[in-house]
Design a protein around this ligand. Structure first.
Ligand code: NAD
Ligand code: TYD
Length: 334
């Protein structure tokens, strides 16, 4: 199978490309990535010389490059997106552009070149927040941030291209991923790297917001299962089954690093902060016989170790664009 993977230089996309090249010796991958602040070719250094892998720098909103590449493949897996909620609150426009217009551009190409499979990588955040119980694939979309609403916009376009044009689309909605090579703006890598530098860990609000944590390799396995065996026109939730509050998560990270809880600082809450995400993943289990098989504590330890041994990877990033963003973030919070 020849795949066009978009956003493959980012966190989940790079883990997915590595996974697919390893698990499927007949799989070829073209990686289309704009290399925004979150795209990093270092994430795929070990795949660079693989004859079944090719990188193309480009924007998913650019129909010319998207058409040229889509014409060469059997399937498209769209990871490319602006992904950070806090950035979407500060500067929402690029989210609308990439997550909505970019998805539209890919869908048009998928239609034009009669692609065999189009997989949209979406998020549990499109459902909004839930106090009790869990969202199923049939739950209403109630996104609360510019990030989640732009992702929901993309999902609705995907749905309409299946219904109207019979483009063979499938949407995956996963919970919060963690693992190696996640950009250090998201809570787990931010808190690990800040703790390693003895810098404060800014915990939003009361620290009792709940997220469900999914190890990135388990998500890659699930996306592979959906790509091979998922039903067209369907949505599949992918959760980790590890719901914890941010405070508990923060204490686990500090404990693993042997750092004191005095590093935690409470900062004003994120505007519109979703209280709890929770997914019902019985459809994935029943139809595709998939369940995550990585133990959360083991995976968190491995992740902490990865950031300990790859300090040059994150130090470079934190010294670049991140500094400006972080300063802007805390100017609005104080
Ligand atoms: P990321 O921010 O690490 O990477 C995004 C990648 O997309 C980067 O390589 C960036 O350069 C590229 N990109 C951005 N705009 C582009 C454009 N216009 N054209 C081409 N490339 C572009 O993101 P991630 O955490 O790996 O997330 C990947 C996907 O998974 C996203 O669609 C996100 O919404 C979804 N998702 C992420 C999580 C999570 O916890 N990280 C959870 C659920 C769903
Ligand atoms: P994040 O990693 O940004 O993912 P998302 O908002 O997409 O779930 O945040 C995860 C949780 O951690 C969320 O409840 C917000 C919280 N958080 C903090 O408390 N402090 C931080 O500095 C960050 C980045 C997040």
């Amino acid at each position: 199978m020849k795949l066009l993977v978009t956003g493959g230089a980012g966190f989940i996309g790079s883990n997915f490309i590595r996974y697919m090249l390893k698990e499927h010796p007949s799989c070829w991958v073209i990686n289309l990535d704009k290399l925004t602040y979150a795209g990093n070719l270092e994430n795929l250094r070990d795949c660079e010389n693989n004859p079944r892998y090719k990188f193309v720098k480009g924007d998913i909103c650019d129909a010319k490059v998207v058409n040229r590449l889509t014409a060469q493949v059997d399937a498209v897996v769209n990871f490319a997106a602006e992904t950070h909620v806090d950035r979407s609150i500060l500067t929402p426009e690029s989210f609308i552009e990439t997550d909505v217009r970019g998805t539209f551009t890919l869908l048009e190409a998928a239609k034009k070149y009669k692609i065999k499979r189009y997989i949209q990588i979406s998020t549990d955040e499109v459902y909004g927040s839930i106090a009790k119980g869990s969202f199923t694939e049939k739950s209403h979309l109630s996104p609360n941030s510019p990030y989640s609403s732009s992702k929901a916009g993309g999902d609705l376009l995907v749905r309409s291209y299946f219904i109207t044009y019979k483009v063979p689309t499938i949407i995956t909605r996963s919970s919060n991923n963690f693992g190696p090579a996640q950009y250090p703006e998201k809570i787990i890598p931010l808190f690990i790297t800040n703790a390693l530098e003895d810098k404060p860990l800014p915990l939003y609000g009361d620290g009792k917001n709940v997220r469900d944590w999914l190890y990135v390799v388990d998500n890659c396995r699930a996306i592979d299962a959906v790509l091979q065996r998922g039903r067209e026109g369907e949505v599949y939730n992918i959760g980790g089954g590890n719901e914890i509050t941010n405070r508990v998560l923060t204490n686990l990270i500090l404990k693993q690093l042997g750092k004191p809880s005095s590093l935690i600082v409470r900062v004003p809450d994120r505007p519109g902060h979703d209280r709890r995400y929770s997914l019902d993943c019985s459809k994935l289990k029943k139809e595709l016989k998939y369940a995550p098989d990585t133990d959360f504590t083991t995976a968190l330890t491995e992740t902490v170790n990865w950031y300990c041994t790859n300090q040059s990877w994150w130090k470079k990033l934190k010294n670049k664009d991140f500094k400006k963003y972080y300063a802007q973030q805390y100017k609005t919070k104080s």
